[in-house]
Write a protein that binds this ligand. Sequence first.
Ligand SMILES: Nc1ncnc2c1ncn2[C@@H]1O[C@H](COP(=O)(O)OP(=O)(O)OP(=O)(O)O)[C@@H](O)[C@H]1O
Ligand code: SF4
Ligand SMILES: [Mg+2]
Length: 318
Amino acid sequence: MTHPFLSIRDFGVRFPVRSESFRRGRYFYAVRHISLDVRKKETFCLVGESGSGKTTLVWAILGLHPFAEGEMAFCGRSIKRSNDPVHQALISNAQMVFQDPVAAVSPFLTLGQSIEEPLRARGVGKKERAAIAQRLAAETGLSHELLGRRPCEVSDGQNQRVCIARALSTKPAILFLDEPLTALDAIVQREVAELLYRMKKDYNATFFLVTHDLGFVKRCGTTVAVMYLGRIVERAAKETFFSNPCHPFSQALLSSVLKPGIWKGERIVLKGESPSPQNPPSGCVFHTRCPRRLPVCEKTAPEERLVGAEHAVCCHLF
Ligand SMILES: Nc1ncnc2c1ncn2[C@@H]1O[C@H](COP(=O)(O)OP(=O)(O)OP(=O)(O)O)[C@@H](O)[C@H]1O
Ligand code: SF4
Ligand SMILES: [Mg+2]
């Protein structure tokens, strides 16, 4: 049997509650009961509302937050706690591209030095580093002249190209991209999306993409997982997700996309604000906003059910 490249079971990440009446030892879960499998070389897409826990999940996978519950496995080897040796193996095979390209690069390094940074940390010699940086700069559309500049002397799109080149410099087995297009204007977004699409083909790494851009998911995704208030409410192959979205929140998310070809039905407008993870609703966490809620939804949390091949939904309607 072949193992998934990365698998997560019943994963939970919590943070201390900070309030005026702060009591020691009180926590809230930003992410809970998360289970998913990422296959080697696929583009796994994580979508969902702002604050639903996407970044928290990625950071916990990469050991930047400890996970409080559940376990992970990397190439079939179990990771039971943050930073155990298998977790270290996952971390050293991974790289990350962040949302804000300017904050992600050191203002004191030139663009060339930034691209070389992960190689330097791995002890690669100066000549080889410079050669790799130049090749990656050419591949990501950065002219040779730009490599001597600092981040404040180039555009956000050029800084994001540096971040992508830097992340690819060590040939990671898995690349985490946390909203890589959000901070860019529409034209630059298209250029960087094109670059990522090309780099995925050329490098053939596994991509774990967090994004609000469902058009981009439709173009380059393989699997889609939808998050709402710290839970994954639907998981499916990309084609299934776009042709047969089942969870009422997935349908609302798709209906909000204005691009043609994403949603054919009527627009679904959700009422009310997303609840706080510090005080999640009882039963189904989506029941306070769900247009299709049933009497049972308020009291009983639905379990995840398979509704088709590799298509799982967490909703009492199924
Ligand atoms: N270090 C932290 N301490 C306390 N709470 C946190 C911390 N990091 C995140 N949170 C909370 O956890 C929840 C999930 O946040 P997260 O940043 O993971 O959401 P997100 O889905 O990535 O949102 P966005 O799409 O806006 O980036 C939010 O309620 C957030 O306020
Ligand atoms: S379980 Fe109920 S409230 Fe939750 S999404 Fe399904 S129908 Fe809506
Ligand atoms: Mg985020």
